[in-house]
Design a protein. Sequence first.
Length: 189
Amino acid sequence: MFPELGNLGKNDWWRYLLGIFIVFISYLLGQIMTYGIVILNSDSYNEGINALRTFEESMDFGVLGMPKNLVFILLISWFAFAIGGLYFVVKTLHAKDFIKMITPKSKVDYSKIIFGFLLWLMISLFLEAVNYNSDPENYTFRWDLSTFLPLVVISLIFLPIQTSFEELFSEGIYSREFTGFQKTNGCPY
């Protein structure tokens, strides 16, 4: 069974604590890189810090003085660092095969991933249509193909990195791995 794969490799409790710390540091490195780029893009250090403070309060990409798509890539890149840290933790600290976090098979079944993507796309579009029909004044349409197409490409490339990290970290390693710590089958994980 897939949950029993959590018993493979090295599963000492301290490895999990150290693994969380390493992944956190990796994520933090991504933030430092983003903050550094924003500060370097500013006229002065203080102006960059003020822009970052304003951004953290308002979440307005425009205050950073950079193209919105670039800011979006920089924010998602934090997860690329974090998934790199997670890969390091799984391979070296836990001595496990990284692919086993995704599937018990030897290869990823991409047809299932595409099916899941299309299913959630259809559900999301349906719910968005229902929401639009029930409250159309909350929607503003601004169609600019020159900004929309790059955003679609960025989203298709970078958002799977974020969602993959979140799932692999929470479900793929730490929820499933804790099955080795439990003594009964009463726990759902």
